[in-house]
Design a protein around this ligand. Structure first.
Ligand code: NAP
Length: 358
């Protein structure tokens, strides 16, 4: 596709900082003259222009909004990072196998720059990993997986699940649902999860062997120790919700040299002070673990990018053996309601926003 003017104007959600609303704004992408046809315009060299169909929301989108405080945050920042859409134009000298007309999905990983709750996105495919959409996924499903399945996939690459006992704290989160499925597929001997009453059956269907209902246990240590008494200590604890309840008894719960990975740290909240405490507590635990003061390895896993693994992740996800969970799809003009749902703590999978119909 080529354009007859150099300015492509469109709508995108943006905010300046945590004190300003996330609102629809007018954005512009500046195109360049096509040397082969000077009356038309194409994306700048090395860039791919994607017309976005769907964006899925992640708690990190809201967390980034909350941490954008202080005088440095004055420029507009886009909202959202997961997307699916169609490649509609490609700049000259772009090193990519993508073609115009390809349906794709990806994550826009540049923090505090553009966002994917936007009608268009201009990206360098060598900086932002994009993959063509698997044929067996809808565009809604395609937008739903990059961050959450990517996180579960990359964490799982560090783990030997075969014949091991695994505890997934927050089995009902989007990341947790994928971890349960991967752990079982990769041969875990036993997978225990924490989740609310309403998600128990779903997680059992995905393969969870033991379900601990966090709404019925004020202190998770008691049911976790019961599991240890029944079938032994855990080899891995994967925390997708956040908390520190198990640490006082960790040596009785996790095998020596076991592995504790969290993607949220000690505090599950998304407000500024929870995030600061979360970082401080996690730095302390990471340093203790690295200096050998802990009997186990502790890691705060942070998804930065796919590290060139997006094709492998896509292949695993689209094998037909992994179930994708979409909680709801909101129209583009209802981002505020979509965020409210995301933050309700009552989602069953991903909240997706429809930017343009398939
Ligand atoms: N570090 C990273 O790279 C990274 C990457 C992705 C996500 N994250 C973080 O990981 C967390 C999960 O993300 P997500 O997108 O998977 O979340 P999500 O899908 O929004 O998770 C929502 C679910 O959390 C569960 N939950 C609520 N209270 C809980 C509790 N007390 N204990 C256990 N589970 C509880 C609920 O499920 P039930 O009702 O079924 O229990 C709820 O439906 C977020 O904090 C996110 O920011 C970090």
């Amino acid at each position: 596709m080529t354009f007859t003017t150099s300015d492509l104007t469109f709508k995108a959600y943006a905010y300046k900082n945590a004190s300003t609303p996330i609102e629809l704004t007018d954005e512009t992408i500046t195109l360049v003259q096509d040397p082969q046809n000077p009356s038309t315009y194409i994306p700048p060299p090395g860039k791919v222009l994607v017309k976005i169909n769907y964006t899925s929301l992640n708690p990190v989108d809201v967390k980034l909004y909350h941490v954008a405080t202080g005088p440095l945050f004055r420029q507009n920042k886009g909202f959202g990072r997961d997307f699916s859409g169609e490649v509609i134009a490609i700049g000259n000298e772009t090193k990519s196998t993508l073609k115009v007309g390809d349906f794709v999905q990806g994550i826009y990983t540049k923090t505090f720059e553009k966002g994917t709750a936007s009608q268009y996105l201009l990206v360098d495919p060598n900086e932002i990993e994009i993959a063509t959409k698997p044929e067996n996924l809808t565009l809604i499903e395609a937008a739903s997986w990059p961050t959450v399945f990517g996180t579960a996939f990359l964490i799982s690459k560090k783990i030997q699940y075969k014949n091991k006992k695994v505890l997934i704290l927050g089995g009902g989160t989007s990341v947790g649902r994928y971890l349960v499925q991967i752990a079982k597929q990769e041969g875990a001997k036993e997978v225990a999860v924490t989740c609310s009453t309403r998600t128990q059956e779903t997680l059992k269907e995905l393969g969870a062997d033991t379900v601990i209902d966090y709404t019925k246990h004020k202190n998770l240590v008691i049911p976790v120790l019961e599991s240890v008494k029944a079938t032994g200590k855990f080899d891995y604890i994967l925390d997708t919700y956040g908390g520190n309840a198990l640490f006082p008894e960790i040596d009785n719960i996790l095998v020596r040299n076991g592995f504790y990975t969290t993607i949220t740290g000690d505090y599950p909240g998304s407000d500024f002070s929870s995030l600061m405490w979360c970082v401080a507590a996690s730095i302390y635990r990471t340093v203790s673990s690295k200096l050998g003061f802990s009997s186990f390895t502790y890691e705060f896993f942070m998804f930065k990018d796919f590290d060139n693994e997006i094709e492998q992740a896509k292949k695993y996800l689209s094998s037909g053996k992994i179930k994708i969970f979409i909680d709801s799809v909101y129209p583009f003009d209802q981002l505020d309601q979509a965020i409210e749902k995301l933050e309700s703590g009552k989602t069953s999978g991903k909240v997706v926003v429809e930017v343009a119909k398939e």
